[in-house]
Design a protein around this ligand. Structure first.
Ligand code: ADP
Ligand code: 5GP
Length: 207
């Protein structure tokens, strides 16, 4: 009994991070992944959207044609996929399952509809975190500073914010990303807490 409790292995978890475009979720996720002690694996999504200034293929996304993406859908190669802002984005199955086999958590930075899909498929082992900027003005400011989208695309993304916010009730945690270092600490705290909780749940169920 003692040995079983002490040596209890936790199941790998899926950390799902969403939030409006410009909220800072990608920056936060990068910071998290750079903390080796957290031992979280990164999923790289496939997308049909064109590569943008400052991005690198196979680092930020795997950029593929629509035909290739549709072929992958037919072959059931995605855990989930969605159309977001007029382009297709999908989480590859292989990478995530390889990480699970190594008993490693995986981080998904995906949109709200994709997050719901993960909730349906992995309700028990996924944790949902929603990132918001402190206010709308700051969201616009950050989007402008990043200067990644043209004016039309920026407007299109901003028009979706209200809808995205309406999904917030599906999430376990909200991070108000005002100060980056504070937000990173909050994210880390969630991770440490949830990992312990996961172990306790497993114990409760089995003993
Ligand atoms: P998202 O992935 O949500 O679209 P990004 O991570 O690309 O957003 O961040 C958008 C912009 O805001 C980037 O220029 C980033 O450096 C900046 N940013 C992110 N978090 C903060 C923060 N807490 N304070 C100020 N600027 C931030
Ligand atoms: P961006 O074009 O700004 O990189 O991403 C646009 C939106 O697509 C963001 O909300 C981002 O989180 C989401 N996204 C990125 N990869 C995936 C994915 O694999 N699946 C889903 N559903 N959304 C994704």
């Amino acid at each position: 009994m003692w040995n079983r409790v002490v040596s209890k292995k936790k199941k790998p978890l899926i950390w799902v991070v969403s939030g409006p475009s410009g909220s800072g979720k990608t920056t936060l996720c990068r910071k998290l992944l750079s903390k080796k002690r957290l031992n979280i694996g990164r999923s790289i999504s496939f997308t049909t959207r064109p590569i943008k200034k400052g991005e690198r293929n196979h680092r930020d996304y795997i950029f593929i044609s629509k035909e290739e993406f549709l072929r992958k859908i037919r072959r059931a190669e995605f855990i989930e996929w969605k159309e977001v802002f007029g382009n297709l984005y999908g989480t590859p199955k292989k990478l995530a399952y390889d990480l699970f086999r190594k008993n490693k958590d995986v981080l998904l930075c995906i949109d709200v509809k994709g997050a719901l899909e993960i909730k349906k498929k992995f309700a028990k082992r996924a944790v949902f975190i929603f990132v918001v900027p402190p206010n709308e003005r700051e969201l616009i400011r950050r989007t402008k500073i990043r200067a990644r989208e043209d004016r039309g695309e920026m407007q299109r993304r901003l028009a979706c914010v209200k809808t995205e916010l309406s999904f917030v009730r599906e999430y376990d945690y909200i991070i108000v990303n005002d100060h980056l270092s504070k937000s990173v600490k909050e994210l880390e705290s969630i991770i440490y807490t949830k990992r312990l909780e996961n172990v306790l749940h497993t114990h409760r169920k089995n003993y």
